[in-house]
Ligand binder design. Structure first.
Ligand code: ASP
Length: 436
């Protein structure tokens, strides 16, 4: 089921109009207190709920969709050795693209050094303005740091194999769900063929029904995307943008290098695809990622279009995309590397080459653990900062513009998964041609 072209255009129009209306509303609100209150009320009571209904409809389907498509994808691979081969390639691809992205973020910040000589009055002002937001991120970050080594080991175990799978799912923790779905699919492959096929059919129907629900949600999409983007842009001040413009420019150029430099090379070299055609077909996926700032919320759209528009078979989409939405966040790794360096520069913390290499590793690891929701990477980012002696509270400096950068990094995150799916499809086709 592919989204009609007219719907895709309406979503893009919603995006453009939402951004323009938000910026205009922000400018108008600065004229008087009455105008400011009106814009805030519209944003809070109209735009926010409409956007949230759309987002939540997408979140509704994520758990059943990830479970059904991943388990059916694995069951349909037929045997565990094939699972090992595809799984190994997928994880290697994730590691390669995430490390490359983190290096781009760090090198960019080293070359431009936007934090060196940052005005100290502006720094103190930003720290004061966003310290409350930073405190709540810090609380979430501290909840993840435990005092004893055994508690920390148990924490890592809980991330993948908790005692209670339903408890983990109810908190939308995707890694345990993925492990469970992979095990379930792998277990099906050793059952007698008729029973395996019966269950795979049932899982397919479950996944298809979720996709139908996404179809309902997509009817709301143009209006909802307008609202989501309006809420972000109407809150934005040009002053804040101007103060942090060099930092934002480095991060955004980093995203562009990953999307227009790294991905096209991989698409040509590993997937045998024409990049321009790929991006044209992937456009609705990019728009959804941009407007929702959530890899999880984009998953239903990317599952549908990677199959129907990009011709990747369902079992590969079902395996690579849910895994990628949780584990492969290239944009997040790039952003994390850049932020750590930027804040270090502002506070005059010198990071050695060794420490910067450690930052690359930590960015890759924490991007795996980050939740695919708006701002999902921020608590883990504070842990990376603390690890290399950069003050975690410094995150307050960039929180004001984070939602904008989050929109961009989610596009990079999701595209990385789709590029990986085309690579796996290509390598499977080659393997089948060799066998034939
Ligand atoms: N919003 C990002 C995503 O869902 C996660 C993050 O970097 O905050 O992919």
């Amino acid at each position: 089921m592919s989204a009609p072209k007219s719907q895709q255009y309406s979503i893009m129009i919603g995006l453009g109009l939402g951004a323009a209306a938000g910026i205009a509303a922000k400018a108008w609100a600065s004229n008087s207190d009455g105008a400011k209150r009106l814009v805030e009320s519209f944003s809070t009571y109209v735009a926010h709920p409409i956007g949230q209904v759309f987002l939540r409809l997408l979140f509704f389907v994520v758990v059943p969709l990830v479970f059904a498509s991943l388990a059916a994808g694995v069951a349909r691979l037929g045997n565990l050795s094939k699972l090992g081969r595809i799984g190994g390639r997928t994880l290697a691809f994730f590691a390669l693209t995430s490390s490359c992205a983190a290096v781009i973020g760090i090198v960019g910040m080293n070359l431009v050094e936007p934090g060196v000589g940052f005005d100290s009055a502006t720094r103190d002002e930003l720290m004061a303005d966003f310290s409350t937001d930073a405190a709540s991120v810090k609380a979430a970050s501290q909840a993840q740091r435990l005092p004893t080594p055994i508690a920390r080991v148990n924490q890592v175990l809980d991330m993948f194999v908790p005692r209670n799978i339903l408890g983990a799912i109810s908190k939308m923790e995707m890694l345990p769900l993925i492990v469970f779905a992979l095990l379930f699919g792998a277990a099906l492959t050793v059952l007698p063929r008729d029973r395996r096929d019966g269950m795979a059919l049932w899982l397919d129907s479950l996944a298809d029904a979720m996709v139908v629900i996404v179809g309902f949600a997509m009817k709301l999409a143009p209006m909802a995307v307008f609202c989501l983007v309006f809420v972000v842009t109407s809150r934005f001040g040009w002053e804040l943008l101007a103060k942090l413009s060099a930092y934002m420019a480095v991060v955004l150029i980093g995203y562009l290098i990953q999307v227009l430099g790294v991905y096209p090379v991989l698409l040509r070299w590993l997937s045998g695809r024409r990049p321009i055609e790929f991006f044209r077909k992937a456009m609705p996926i990019m728009v959804t990622a941009f407007s929702t700032s959530s890899s999880n919320a984009t998953l239903p759209t990317s599952m549908r279009l990677t199959h129907t528009e990009l011709g990747v078979r369902e079992s590969v989409c079902g395996f690579v995309l849910p895994l990628g939405a949780t584990m492969n966040m290239n944009g997040t790794a790039l952003f994390e590397g850049a932020v750590v360096l930027f804040i270090a520069q502002i506070f005059g913390v010198e990071l050695t080459i060794g420490q910067q290499i450690l930052v690359v590793g930590l960015c890759v690891l924490t991007s795996i653990g980050a939740a695919g929701v708006p701002g999902g990477s921020l608590p883990l980012l504070m842990i990376v900062m603390a690890q290399v002696g950069v003050p975690p509270d410094g995150l307050a400096l960039v929180l004001g513009v984070d939602r904008l950068l989050d929109m961009g990094r989610t596009v990079v995150n999701v595209l990385g998964d789709v590029v990986c799916a085309t690579f796996i499809e290509n390598s499977e086709r080659k393997a089948e041609a060799r066998q034939a």
